[in-house]
Design a binder for this molecule. Structure first.
Ligand code: MG
Length: 273
């Protein structure tokens, strides 16, 4: 069903679509992808946030890349398999995640680093549950939040579809990944992320957005992509001014996702032409 027909069908069946939009979005499924077409439009004017009709990232089978990459000498190691001493929950309490066989496993709530980071290079390894359970956003959902608020999606999209702006290595709700380079659940995967922080004027205007490059299993998934603001469900992204550094947070989204070998190092941002 094309987008136009679907919209007409929805309008015909809803007794008061305008009211529905203000209260509860209507989930629609197109070509096996569940999403929304009554959410705000992205700035490109073509797709709604979490639009199931937005094209899927093409599948690329990755090779081996940076698995178990040893941290460089100037890196801060946030998890080396031994303890969670670098982490708290979002409120500063001891993290509820568990260490199982030398990897940290998501549980109960998000966790965040005690240390704060700005412009950075970040290495993270994750493993999706096997056998896989659930579909779409319910299948191995976690996330890497830069500065605690800009989510690079972690999801099991190996032979599993979801709305493009919420798939693996997407900037959640904003920019789909350029490729789907997922490995099968149960295999370790890598994110190598380069992040430039956003800058704000004293009055809170966005002077420059955040930019992120994401290499997923050795394949570029985001290429110096501008971030449109804090990532949220059904939101196209909105900036709230903040300081020059923030924590790295990892999401708990009701699925037990494993992480290992997490390290970060500060980088310089060169603005010369
Ligand atoms: Mg997530």
């Amino acid at each position: 069903m094309n987008k136009f027909i679907l919209v007409v069908a929805l309008a015909a069946t809803a007794t008061n679509l305008a009211l529905a939009q203000n209260t509860k979005n209507v989930e629609v499924t197109i070509d096996g992808v569940a999403g929304f077409q009554d959410t705000p439009l992205q700035p490109d004017g073509k797709w709604h946030v979490h639009d199931p009709a937005r094209p899927q990232p093409p599948v690329v089978t990755p090779g081996k890349f940076s698995q178990l990459a040893a941290p460089p000498s100037d890196a801060t190691v946030l998890f080396d398999g031994k303890d969670l001493s670098h982490w708290t929950d979002r409120d500063g309490n001891p993290p509820p995640w568990k260490i199982v066989d030398g990897v940290m496993v998501s549980a109960k709530s998000d966790v965040q680093s005690k240390e704060q980071f700005g412009d950075m290079q970040l290495h993270v390894e994750f493993r999706e549950p096997t056998p896989p359970k659930g579909e779409g956003q319910g299948r191995g959902n976690s996330g890497v939040f830069l500065m605690g608020r800009y989510e690079i999606q972690v999801l099991d999209c190996y032979q599993s579809k979801t709305y493009a702006d919420g798939a693996t290595a997407g900037i959640y709700g904003q920019h789909p990944a350029q490729v789907n380079a997922c490995l099968p659940p149960g295999e370790w995967q890598t994110y190598d992320i380069i992040f430039n922080v956003p800058h704000f004027s004293p009055s809170g205007e966005v002077l420059s957005p955040g930019y992120v490059t994401v290499i997923h299993n050795g394949v570029v998934a985001q290429n110096h992509q501008a971030i449109r603001g804090a990532t949220n469900w059904k939101s196209p992204g909105k900036y709230t001014p903040h300081g020059p550094t923030g924590p790295i947070a990892l999401q708990f989204h009701n699925n037990a996702v494993s992480f290992r070998n997490i390290w970060v190092r500060p980088i310089q941002v060169v603005n010369e032409p």
